[in-house]
Ligand binder design. Structure first.
Ligand code: CTP
Length: 472
């Protein structure tokens, strides 16, 4: 079987190939083969565009243009409100259309008149405004924007958002919107550090809200310093560009289908007890989210976890290894399979129908265990094997040696090996130090957050699919 390698296929051609493949239900290889076959029949040479410039592999540092972008700016009360005037100017200089909602408290610091003079538009202040609510203006306001920015955002407005309250135009618009939201908080450091604000911050982050700042520094109140200063207008502009870039940025994996397993599995012993492990699902969920962000269609098959679902993925929730295996097989075919789940290696031969009872003085009853199916190994040798199969190796010793053995045994393309000894805090923690093992060798990555590991891994996947090796 001969093979050809097409290198440096330009983005447009690659995208067109991906879209054709997705539309026709083929892999990219199949589609390319089909095209080559058709070209042969037509006896016409195929022109493959090449580009000397490597494709931009990172969507995270893409600086989007703001030209023609519609920004809805919500100004809430606080001394930092004066900086919003400069923010409006900076956004308009860059071609953005800015509409503004001001809360009642904001109007104590700056006037709608000065804001309106800068935006060249009506400034919205009332929920039940006779002039704008005839067609439910607050819904329209939220939908007609590309992005909503709150600057400054008070602790009060953050609390309302976290609690889902809607008692003025700003909070009602925020509850009604289906657009991305960026918050630039500004408040006294004690308010920022208050457990209630900490809680609200976490809730908003897990709701997918973006944050810029607050920065540390002197407060307007004399003698007060710490985290609470609103980010500078140009920092906010940068965050807006990054967020718009994320929404509209390159989707290098569009047309690709990825299956990701995540979290632990729970293997029942009886109706109230189960065998489990310490996996939190953070790494698997972050990878699923990063794949979706890069444009892949993602099916995330997750064991029981206590973290929120990543955006843009189809989520299938399972309990046991056998359920996970069944769902992975049902989700085939796929271009990418990433097996991050810490699947329980054993299950009880038969889980008891009723709760197991103590037998006084006779010691604990023993459990009869049997091995669970190895999902990764099964997929690595499957006839519908994804083109890129990535496994993880959770080790407490000899990481590289065991990782390499798993690469071979499970027929994976890559193994992401990590040290899960209790002192590393990897299991359940936010950071990870991994080695990427492939047939080409071993790469040691620095300590990164699980989110960063996910983004880096997805960049590598983009690079992997960037050089198409086509068997013909
Ligand atoms: N894996 C799997 N199904 C299993 C066990 C593991 O799909 N029943 C996958 C994991 O998702 C991971 C890789 O195999 O991608 C390695 O898992 P790990 O727990 O590190 O290794 P095991 O294969 O279980 O081997 P051991 O416990 O002996 O280290």
């Amino acid at each position: 079987m001969a093979s050809i390698t097409i290198r440096n296929l330009d983005e447009t051609t690659k995208q067109a190939l991906r879209e054709r493949a997705a539309h026709n239900g083929h892999s990219m290889e199949e589609e390319a083969r089909l095209l080559l076959g058709q070209a042969e029949l037509a006896s016409e040479p195929i022109e493959v565009a090449t580009s000397p410039t490597p494709a931009n592999l990172s969507s995270t540092n893409f600086d989007a243009s703001l030209d023609g972008k519609r920004i809805l700016l919500i100004i809430s009360g606080g001394i930092a409100a004066y900086k919003s005037l400069d923010l409006i100017r900076r956004l308009r200089e860059r071609g953005a259309e800015v509409r503004v909602i001001m809360t009642e408290a904001a109007q104590a610091f700056i006037t709608p008149l000065s804001v309106g003079a800068l935006t060249g538009d009506t400034v919205f202040t009332e929920l039940l405004d006779r002039n704008t609510e005839h067609d439910v203006g607050h819904i329209r306001l939220s939908r007609e924007a590309d992005l909503i920015v709150i600057a400054p955002a008070t602790a009060n407005l953050m609390a309302k958002m976290a609690g889902g309250l809607a008692n003025d135009l700003a909070s009602t618009t925020l509850l009604a919107t289906n657009k991305p939201v960026l918050i630039a908080p500004a408040m006294n450091p004690k308010m920022w550090n208050h457990p209630a604000t900490r809680r609200n911050h976490r809730t908003l982050l897990s709701d997918g809200i973006g944050f810029i700042g607050p920065n540390a520094g002197e407060m307007a109140e004399s003698g007060e310093a710490g985290f609470g200063r609103m980010a500078e207008p140009m920092e906010i502009v940068g965050a807006i560009q990054a967020m718009i870039g994320e929404i509209e940025g390159p989707k290098p994996l569009s047309g690709m289908r990825a299956i990701v397993t995540s979290g632990p599995t729970h293997e029942p012993i009886d109706p109230v007890r189960y065998i489990a492990n310490r996996s939190s699902g953070k790494q698997g969920h972050a990878i699923a989210g990063a794949l979706a962000k890069a444009g892949a269609e993602v099916i995330l098959i997750s064991g029981p976890v206590n973290i929120s679902d990543p955006k843009g993925c189809e989520i299938i929730k399972v309990q046991t290894a056998r359920e996970m295996q069944k769902m992975v097989e049902t989700a085939l075919p796929a271009d990418i399979g990433v097996f991050v789940a810490a699947v329980a290696d054993w299950r009880t031969v038969k889980s008891a129908d009723e709760k197991l009872k103590k037998k006084d003085g006779k010691g604990p009853s023993s459990l009869k265990l049997t091995e669970n199916p190895d999902i990764l190994k099964g997929i690595g040798h499957h006839k519908l094997r994804p083109k890129l199969v990535v496994g993880f190796a959770a080790e407490t010793e000899q990481i590289e040696k065991y990782g390499k053995a798993k690469l071979k045994r499970k027929n994976a393309d890559w193994i992401v090996a990590n040290d899960v000894s209790p002192e590393t805090g990897v299991m359940g923690g936010d950071d990870n130090s991994v080695k990427l093992i492939s047939k080409e060798g071993v790469e040691t990555w620095p300590k990164l957050t699980k989110q960063q590991v996910a983004e880096r891994l997805v960049e590598r996947m983009v690079a992997f699919f960037d050089v198409e090796t086509i068997e013909i």
